[in-house]
Every structure is written in structure tokens, then in C-alpha cells.
Design a protein around this ligand. Sequence first.
Ligand code: KG4
Ligand code: ZN
Length: 371
Amino acid sequence: MLILGIESSCDETAAAIIEGNKKSDKVKLLSNSLASSLFLHSKTGGIIPETAAREQVKYIIPVIKEALDKANLKPKDVDAVAVTYGPGLIGSLLVGVETAKALSLAWNKPIIPTNHLIGHIYANFIEPIHNSEYVIQNSEIIEFPAIGLVVSGGHTDLVLINDHKKIKWLGGTRDDAAGECFDKCARLLGYAYPGGPKIAELADKGNANTISLPRPMIGTKDFDFSFSGLKAAFLRETEKHFPIMRNTNKKISWDEIILEKELNDDEKQTLYDLCASLQNSITEVIVRKTMKAADKYKAKSILVGGGVAANLSLKNKLQKNIENQNPGIKLFIPSTNLCTDNGAMIAAAAFFNNLEISWENINANPGLYFD
Ligand code: KG4
Ligand code: ZN
């Protein structure tokens, strides 16, 4: 079965073709195309929904055409059109959904409405590709029950996956998402959106034990998270160590000065330590709760997805905790280009959770969550 997957929930316009075979536990990726309006948002310090939607309109048809061309396919070869119908920004979502509707009608193919969050988890069900464009993913078989961890700019959720189509939400963030915490703290230091990769880069040069930051909700019995207090603590520590940050007239802001450039070598080290401590707090909380869920539900696999899944410290901590606590659990993290938003994960989720409908019956749902 050949599925065209369309993703347009935020600032990425993406389309991909996958080939699914019921006898295999993974789908094959035939093409993966993407256009991003990220460069526009980095200038404004965050995503402006109107700008993102306008860019989606510009790119959607060329990206879909490129996905078909790269896979050497014609529309008649495709069996179904999968599209993200939520959650996301309404303007961006509508572009993908309305385009999928038009294609479905014109090509006489069914639509498969797909949840973006479930899509992030299903990036792990894409077969590894052995070429330079894609980093190799874990090629082992995914066994259920599995714990799904979605960590992105907008979401931090833990789910229990008993089987395909049997996904139960366990808990999520009560305020900011993990990626949002990375982004907002990075912005405070003067770095453009998305700040996660920048914090990770600076944290590499720092010592996480020098400056202490809280690990919110790490010991609570539930599977919920909270990152807004950590962000506030990060601000307090930044102001404590860098007096320039306390001077409101001179306050460093993302579009004026990058704090790092104002510092001598010793001060720079403090900045790196602060970033290392932030990364450590975020990843420790996520890992502790994920392992707790895996333990409680006797998970055989852990499937991570979303932009923050690209964070190496998170991967290393998960790996280490699995080795120490339960070496039988298999860890799956997509290659970096499949951690962030893409069309392939939407097509993969559609293949395994297949719910084909007619074009008249799909509507964008920005507030969609796990059912
Ligand atoms: O999944 P994604 O592309 O978009 C959403 O659905 O939100 O995730 C984007 C998020 C941003 O917050 C970005 O800072 C974060 O993923 N991110 C990272 C890393 N790479 C991307 N956070 C920490 N470490 C990274 N290496
Ligand atoms: Zn996403």
C-alpha cells in the first residue's frame, strides 16, 4: 500500500510517500520532502501563525509534487492520502487538510486523517535507510506494550501503547512543553528560535553540577510534567550570575545582543554550566517519569518522538537508565530528520491506524489531543 503523507500543522510544510506491507512491522520510506519557514520565525523570536500559514500556502503543492517525483510515482499509483488534522495552528492545519481534500476528490483516493502526536511516535515505525541523507534508526522489531514519549515544542506527553489503535494517554505537561522551555531560556540568552539545539551545544561545554536548578514534579506519583517554574528559576540564576541582565535599561534581548558575546572566558564557562544544568533538569525529569511508566506497565519498548528527541543527553540518559533498571526494554528514537515535523511519520501512523474516510468527512481540529 502506497500512502502520501501531508504535514502542515506548524511551520514545516512536508510530504512523503511510504510503502506499507501488512507482513512487515515497519514501513518503507520512498521519499521525504520538506520546506520550512523557520528562517522567518527565527527573526521574530517565535512562530507568527499568520506568517506560518501564508508560507504553507506557498509551499504545499511544490512539496507534494517533489515527494511524488522523488518516489518516481504518479498520483494514480497512490492508494490513500494521509494528512495531519490536529493538533496545531488552525491556519497552517487548514492548508494541509484542504489540499488533501482537493487531491482526494480529484484523484478519487480516500483520506486518512492523522493525529500529529501519534505521528511523532510512528516515526519509529519507518525502516532505517542506509544512505547519507538519513541517519540509521533502530532496526529491531518494536514490541508491545510500549511507552510512547512525545517531546516537542508544543507537547510533552507519555502514552501507553498496547497495540496499534490502542493508545492510552498517561500524562503530560501542565504548562510549558519541554521544547518550549529550551526555546524560551535560549531566547532569554539572546538566541533565535528554535533554541533547543543551541542550549544543547552550549551545555556540551558546561558542567551540570555547578549550578543547581529544580527538577519540577520529578517525584510525583502521576505522569505529569511542569516546566514553567524551571524557566523562572533559569531566569533568576541568569540574573544572579550576569548583573547586566538585572539592569532593565540594558537588558539583553534576543534581537539586540547575544549574552555570550558580552562575557569573558570565566563568565562564558558559567553560562555553559547554566545551560548544562538546564538540559540536565529537563532530561532528568523526562527520563525519570518515562522509566516509571515503563516499569508500571511492563513495557517492552520505549518509543520517543518530537523535536526534543533529537537531544543527545536525553538519548544517553534513557539508554543508561534502561541498562541499569531493565535491560530488556528496547529504546527507539528516530533519526534527527524524523524527530522534527515530517510527512513520513504521518503516512506511517496512517498505515498502522488506518481509518480511510471520504473527503467530505475531515475537518481540521487544532485542539485535538490523544483520544
Ligand atoms: O517536533 P518539532 O519539530 O515541532 C513541534 O511539533 O513542536 O519540535 C521542535 C522543538 C523546538 O522546541 C526545538 O527547540 C526542539 O524541538 N529541539 C531540541 C533539539 N532539537 C530540536 N531541543 C533540545 N535539543 C535538541 N537537540
Ligand atoms: Zn511536531
